[in-house]
Write a protein that binds this ligand. Structure first.
Ligand code: NDP
Length: 433
C-alpha cells in the first residue's frame, strides 16, 4: 500500500480483487505463499514510460508522456488498450493493466494483460496533429510490442483513426506487416464487429443474466452513461433486444430521452461530427439536456455505466435502488466505486463487474488476432456469434465460480476468482518467472 500510495486507482483495483479472491487464497495459503503468487501477480512484468515529442500546427514542439505496462503474460501475449486522455498517469495504466489480466483470462482466449496510453488529449486537435502524436508515440512503443509479444488496442481517445496512424508507423519502422494492433480498419486487417463488440457483448451477458433469472430484456428501461464507443453500441443492442435505452452522457452533460435514444442521431453527432450532446437535444424534441452528471437519477430497470472509472457513486447506487433498478452491468472499466458496488449487492441488485461484462471488446480483439494469423477475414455474423457465445460462457463461468465458493449471485467474486484461478495455474506451471 505504501509503495503505491500515489496510485489510488491501482490500489482500489488490487484491493477489490484481493478481497474477493480471499477464499481461494485461504484454501491454497501455503502454496501461494511459497510461490509468492500475490506479490508476483500485483507487480507488473515491466513498466515503460517514455517521452513523446511532436510538433503542433503552429510549429511548436509539444511533449507528452507515454506508458505501456506489460503486466502478466502467463496465458498469452500482453493485450490491452491504449488510453489517450489528459488524466492518464502511471496509476491509471497500472489499474487498467491489472484488471486486464483477469478480464482476458475470463474470455477463455490465450491473451495476457497489459495497458498503455499517454496524457495526450486528441480532442480539439487537427488530424495532422493527432498523426504527429501517434507517429511519435509508436516510434518508441514499437521497440516493445509485436504480434506474439504485446498487442495494444484502442481505449478512451484511441479510435480507428489513431490505430491507423500507429499501425502505419509500426509497419514503416519495422518493415513488417503483422497483427501488432487490434481495432484496425477493415481494409487492413481489422475484424468486422470489433467496433460494436464491447457494447454488444455487454448486452449479451445482460441478456443471459436476465434469461437465467427468468426475466426478459424486451420492455426493460435501460440507463446508459457515456456517449462513446461502448455506450453507442450498448444502446443500439439494447434497442435491438427490445429494451428502451433512455439516457447517455459525456463529460459535460447528459441526455434524457424518454422515447428512447435515437442511435443514428447519436452516432452522427459523436462519430462523424465529434460534437457535444447539446446538439442531440437541439435535433430531437423529445430529449432533455442537463449540465453535469445525473444519468443515475432516472428510473430504470437496468443501469449500464459505459463512460469512465468512478462515475457511479454511493448516492447514485441509492437512487438506482430507490427507483427499482434490478441489474447493473459495467461497460466501462471500474465505473462503480467499491461502496456503491457493495450497496447495490446488499440491495439484491445483480451486479456484473466490467472485467466480465465488458470483455467482449478484448475477446473480439483476440478474434482479430486469430484472423490476422490465418490471413483470413470472418463475416460479421461469424464474429458476432462467437462474441455472443463467449459472453454467455463468461456469465456461466463467473456464476459457477461464485457458487463454488458459497457466494451465489456475487459476480464480482465470481469474475475475480474464475479469472485468477486460470492465470495462477499457468504461473505455477511455468515456474518462478
Ligand atoms: P470513448 O472515448 O469512445 O468514450 C468515452 C465516453 O465517456 C465519452 O462519451 C466521454 O465524454 C465520456 N466520459 C469520459 N469521461 C467522463 C466523465 N468524467 N464523466 C462523464 N462522461 C465521461 O471511450 P470508450 O467508449 O471506448 O470507453 C469507455 C469505457 O469503456 C472506458 O472505461 C474504457 O476503458 C472501457 N472499455 C472500452 C472498450 C472498448 O472496446 N472501447 C473495451 C473495454 C472497456 P467526452 O467525449 O466528453 O470525453
Amino acid at each position: 500500500k505504501e509503495k503505491n500510495a500515489a496510485e489510488p486507482e491501482f490500489l482500489q483495483a488490487v484491493e477489490e480483487v484481493l478481497e474477493s479472491i480471499r477464499p481461494v487464497v485461504e484454501a491454497n495459503e501455503e502454496k501461494y505463499r511459497k510461490e509468492a503468487i500475490l506479490e508476483r501477480i500485483t507487480n507488473p512484468d515491466r513498466q515503460l514510460i517514455f517521452r513523446v515529442p511532436w510538433v503542433d500546427d503552429n510549429g511548436q514542439v509539444q511533449v507528452n508522456t507515454g506508458y505501456r505496462v506489460q503486466f502478466n503474460n502467463a496465458i498469452g501475449p500482453y493485450k490491452g488498450g491504449l488510453r489517450l486522455h489528459p488524466s492518464v498517469y502511471l496509476g491509471i495504466i497500472k489499474f487498467l493493466g491489472f484488471e486486464q489480466i483477469f478480464k482476458n483470462s475470463l474470455t477463455g482466449l490465450p491473451i495476457g494483460g497489459g495497458k498503455g496510453g499517454a496524457d495526450f488529449d486528441p480532442k480539439g486537435k487537427s488530424d495532422r496533429e493527432v498523426m504527429a502524436f501517434c507517429q511519435s508515440f509508436m516510434t518508441e512503443l514499437c521497440k516493445y510490442i509485436g504480434a506474439d509479444v504485446d498487442v495494444p488496442a484502442g481505449d478512451i481517445g484511441t479510435g480507428a483513426r489513431e490505430i491507423g496512424y500507429m499501425f502505419g508507423q509500426y509497419k514503416r519502422i519495422k518493415g513488417m506487416y503483422e497483427g501488432v494492433l487490434t481495432g484496425k480498419g477493415l481494409t487492413y486487417g481489422g475484424s468486422l464487429a470489433r467496433t460494436e463488440a464491447t457494447g454488444y457483448g455487454l448486452l449479451y451477458i445482460v441478456e443471459e443474466l436476465m434469461k437465467c433469472k427468468g426475466q426478459e430484456m424486451a420492455g426493460k428501461t435501460v440507463a446508459v452513461s457515456g456517449a462513446g464507443n461502448v455506450a453507442i453500441y450498448a444502446i443500439q443492442k439494447a434497442q435491438q433486444l427490445g429494451a428502451k435505452a433512455v439516457t447517455c452522457s459525456d463529460s459535460t452533460g447528459w441526455i434524457y430521452d424518454p422515447e428512447g435514444i435515437d442511435v443514428a442521431l447519436l452516432k452522427e453527432i459523436k462519430e462523424v461530427k465529434r460534437a457535444r450532446l447539446t446538439e442531440y437535444a437541439d435535433a430531437r424534441p423529445s430529449a432533455e439536456y442537463h449540465e453535469g452528471r445525473g444519468v443515475w437519477s432516472v428510473k430504470c430497470d437496468i443501469a449500464l455505466p459505459c463512460a469512465t472509472q468512478n462515475e457511479l457513486l454511493l448516492d447514485d447506487a441509492k437512487a438506482l435502488a430507490a427507483n427499482g433498478c434490478i441489474a447493473v452491468a459495467e461497460g466501462a472499466n471500474m465505473p462503480t466505486t467499491m461502496d456503491a458496488t457493495k450497496y447495490l449487492q446488499d440491495q439484491g441488485i445483480w451486479f456484473i463487474p466490467g472485467k466480465a461484462s465488458n470483455a467482449g471488446g478484448v475477446a473480439t480483439s483476440a478474434l482479430e488476432m486469430s484472423q490476422n494469423s490465418e490471413r483470413l477475414s470472418w463475416t460479421f455474423e461469424e464474429v458476432d456469434a462467437k462474441l455472443n457465445q463467449i459472453m454467455v460462457n463468461i456469465y456461466h463461468n463467473i456464476d459457477d465460480a461464485a457458487k463454488r465458493y458459497g457466494k451465489e449471485n456475487d459476480y464480482v467474486a465470481g469474475a475475480n476468482i474464475a479469472g485468477f484461478e486460470k492465470v495462477v495455474e499457468a504461473m505455477i506451471a511455468q515456474g518462478v518467472c
